[in-house]
Design a protein around this ligand. Sequence first.
Ligand code: S3P
Length: 437
Amino acid sequence: MKFSVAPSFSLSGNIKVAGDKSISHRSVIFGAIAEGVTRVAGILEGEDVIATMNAFRKMGIEIEKQDESGDYLIHGKGLNGLQAPEGPLDMGNSGTAFRLMAGLLCGQPWTTLMTGDESLNQRPMERIITPLSLMGAKIESENGMPPIILNPVDSLTAINYTTPMASAQVKSAVLLAGLNARGRTSVTEHAVTRDHTERMLTGFGYEVDTIENPQGKTLSLEGGGRLFARDIHVPADLSSAAFFMVAALISRDSEILLEKVGINPTRNGVIPVLLRMGADILLENKRTVGGEPIADVRVKSSSLTGCSILKSDVDLAIDEIPVIAVAAACAEGVTRITGAEELRVKESDRIHSVVQGLRALGVEVDEQPDGMTITGGKIHSGSVESYHDHRISMAFAIAGIVACGPVEVLGCENVATSFPGFGDLARSVGIDLQQLE
Ligand code: S3P
C-alpha cells in the first residue's frame, strides 16, 4: 500500500487520534496477570497491540471486546495463572510486545518460542537477553535477534541492573521478570525513559520503590506479589498526535485541536522541541486520568526556525524524531539532531530512512552516526521509501502537504501497527491523501 499526498492547506478540525500504544500493551499485560476483570477504555486496536492480546489468548486469558470504541474486558488470572501456549508467540512488528513479554515469560515453567515479522526479527534482543540471563533465564537465540526460545526455569533470582542505553523496554522487561523472581529486583537508569510500567504497576496495587538522584532513577520491586484488576482509560497517543501537530504547524491557515492526548513528562519531548522551533502550541484543559496526565492540544500554523536537538531531547521524543525532522525541513535555518543512535534499531534504521526520504524530496541533509543535520527549505515533489516503517510512512505523508507537487510514500501497510485510521483522520482535517494498493 502507498500514500499519495497532494499539497494541502487550511487544515482544521477537532480530532482524537488512536489510543496510546505503550499504555495499551501494558494494560493487556498487567490486566492478564492481575486478579479480577480489568476494564480498558480506548485501547489502541493496532496490529501491535492485537499481537499482544493474541499472545495472552494463547496462554488462556479471555479478552473480550465490548464495543467499537475500543473498550475491552481482560479476565486476569493472577501472576501464576498463565498457561503454556500451543505453538509460537508471534509478536508481529512490535518490539515493545516482544521485549516486555520475554521479561514476563522467561520465568515460566514451560518453553516458549517467540518470533516476529521480518523487521522485528532483525532487531537487537541481547539488550534483554543479557539481564534476563543474569536472573537465571535460559534463553536461546542464534544471533541475538528473534526468534528466541525461553526454556523452562524453576525460578528467577533478583538482580540490581543498570540499563546501558535509554530504553523503557529494557527497564520494563527486567521489572516484569522481577515479578517472578526471588528477592528484590532493581533497575537503575541514567536517562529518563517513559514510566508507564512503573505507573501501571502501582495502579494495579503492586509496590514499586523509586529513588531519584541527580544521576538518574532506581526502581525496585519484590517478586511474588499480587496485582489487582482496575479500570484503565487509555489516552490518545502523543506519538500519533505529533503527525497532526506538525501538519498544522507547517501548512498555512491551519488550526487543529487534538483531544485527550497523553502528555506524560517522561515522553512529551516533542512539545518543548517544537516550541523551541517557534511552534504555536497550547495545552488546554490539562488533567490526570487514570494516573496519566492528559491535555487537549491546540496547534496553529507557525513560522518555524531550526534548533539543536540533543540526546536529552531525543530520549524524551524518541518516536517523534522522524516527524520533527520533517518540521525541521520546513523551518528556516539549520537543525542538528545528535545523540539519536537508538533510532538506528527501531522498526527501520530511522536515521537512514529519514535522511533518504528528505533527500528524495530535495531537502539538504547530512547523515551522522548519531543523527543528522537538516537545512530547512523547499520540499519538492518525489517518491519516498518508508522501509515498511509506520512512523516513516506517516512522517513523509505529512511532508507531502507542503511539497511543491505530489509526494508518494511507498510501503505504508505497517501504519496499521500503531495508527489504524490515520488516512481517514488525515482526510477529515483537509489533507489530500489517498491510499493506493
Ligand atoms: C516503548 C519504548 C521505546 C519506544 C517504543 C515504545 C515502550 O522503545 O521507542 O515505541 O512502550 O516501552 P525503547 O525502549 O527501545 O527506547
